[in-house]
Ligand binder design. Structure first.
Ligand SMILES: NC(=O)c1ccc[n+]([C@@H]2O[C@H](COP(=O)([O-])OP(=O)(O)OC[C@H]3O[C@@H](n4cnc5c(N)ncnc54)[C@H](OP(=O)(O)O)[C@@H]3O)[C@@H](O)[C@H]2O)c1
Length: 279
C-alpha cells in the first residue's frame, strides 16, 4: 500500500524507525527490510540514531540485490540544541550552511545520492516560527529545488506552527512527523491541517505514548475479534484514520507482527470505539 503527497510522491504506508537501536541498528534495519519494510526513518543525530549504521545495512542489502530505488529513505536535520554536543556540521556556520552540511553528511552515511524525504527534526521556536526557523526552512526548500530530495517535512510541530508554515512557506511541507497521543485525539488538530493540504502525517511512539489505551479492555476485545495483538490493532487503527505509523520494534517477532497489521480490517464502529477510549 502507498500514500501520496500533494506533490505526487508515493510513500509506503508503514515505516521502520531506527531510534535508540545503537549498535544493533544495522542488523535490525536489514531484518526489517528483509521482512518486508520498504521505508526507513533515521536522523543525523548521534545521541539517538546511528545513521551510518543504517547506511551499513543498506550496503549489505544492496549486495543481496535490494536496490536503492526500491527503498524509501527518510532522515532529519537536527539543530545544535538537539545534537548533544556532536553535530555533523560546523556549529559556528550560518543555519543554511548547517542544513547543507548535515544533508551532505547524511548522503555519505546512507551511501546514496538522493533522499526520499528530508525532515526538520523540530522548529527552533517553541511557539510560532522565528527568523531562524525560516532560515532553516529556506535551506530545506533549496534542497528540494535541487532535486536531491523528493519531499521535505517537519517534525515535532504544533498546529499553530504548521498553519503558519503552510500559509507562508514557498514550498509547503509534504510530511509531518509527530509523537501521537491518544489523549490529544491522536493529534487530530495537526492531522486535519495535514489532510487539508495533502501532507502525509506520520505518527510515532504510537505504542509507547499510549500504554493505557493499549491495555484497555476494548482494545483487547477488538484484538481478539481480528485475531491479532493490541499493538497490531493500534497500527491498523492509525492506518485506517489516514496516518502513516512508525514502529520502533527491536524484535524479529514484532517486526513480522507489525507488518501483518496491514492485512487487518477494523470496522468503522471499532475505529470509532478506539477514538473514544482516551476522550
Ligand atoms: N521525530 C522525532 O522526534 C522522533 C522521536 C521519537 C521517535 N521517532 C521515530 O519513530 C520511531 C518509533 O518510535 P518508538 O520506538 O517510540 O515507537 P513505538 O513503536 O511506539 O515503540 C517501540 C516499543 O514498542 C514495542 N513494540 C513494537 N511492536 C510491538 C508489538 N507488535 N508487540 C508488542 N510491543 C511492540 C517495542 O518493543 P520490542 O522492541 O520488544 O518490539 C518497543 O518497546 C523511532 O524509531 C524513530 O524513527 C521520531
Amino acid at each position: 500500500m502507498t500514500l501520496t503527497t500533494y506533490n505526487r510522491v508515493p510513500v509506503p504506508s508503514f515505516m521502520y524507525g531506527t531510534a535508540w537501536k545503537k549498535e544493533a541498528t544495522a542488523h535490525l534495519v536489514q531484518l526489517a527490510v528483509e521482512s518486508g519494510f520498504t521505508a526507513v526513518d533515521t536522523a543525523n543525530q548521534l545521541i539517538h540514531y546511528q545513521e551510518a549504521l543504517v547506511g551499513e545495512a543498506l550496503q549489505s542489502l544492496e549486495k543481496k540485490g535490494v536496490k536503492r530505488e526500491t527503498l524509501f529513505l527518510q532522515t532529519k536535520f537536527t539543530s545544535v540544541d538537539g545534537q548533544g554536543g556532536r553535530p555533523p556540521y560546523d556549529p559556528s556556520a550560518d543555519l543554511s550552511t548547517q542544513v547543507r552540511q548535515s544533508f551532505d553528511s547524511s548522503l555519505t552515511h546512507l551511501h546514496t545520492h538522493y533522499l526520499d524525504s528530508y525532515v526538520l527534526h523540530a522548529p527552533l521556536s517553541r511557539r510560532g516560527l522565528g527568523e531562524e526557523d525560516w532560515e532553516v526552512w529556506s535551506a530545506m526548500e533549496e534542497l528540494y529545488r535541487s532535486g536531491k530530495v523528493k519531499m521535505i517535512g517537519v517534525s515535532n510541530i504544533t498546529a499553530g506552527q504548521l498553519d503558519l508554515l503552510c500559509e507562508q512557506a514557498k514550498v509547503k511541507p509534504m510530511v509531518v512527523q509527530n509523537r501521537c497521543f491518544a489523549a490529544l485525539a491522536w493529534d487530530k488538530q495537526v492531522r486535519e491541517i495535514c489532510q487539508a493540504h495533502g501532507i502525509i502525517y506520520q505518527g510515532f511512539s504510537l505504542l509507547t505514548a499510549n500504554r493505557e489505551v493499549i491495555a484497555h479492555p476494548e482494545i483487547r476485545t477488538i484484538a481478539q475479534r481480528v485475531g491479532a495483538g493490541p499493538a497490531q490493532v493500534i497500527f491498523r487503527f492509525a492506518m485506517q484514520i489516514g496516518m502513516l505509523p512508525l514502529t520502533g520494534t527491536t524484535s524479529q517477532q514484532h517486526i513480522k507482527e507489525d507488518l501483518q497489521a496491514e492485512q487487518l480490517t477494523l470496522s468503522s464502529e471499532e475505529v470509532h470505539q478506539i477514538e473514544m477510549i482516551a476522550v
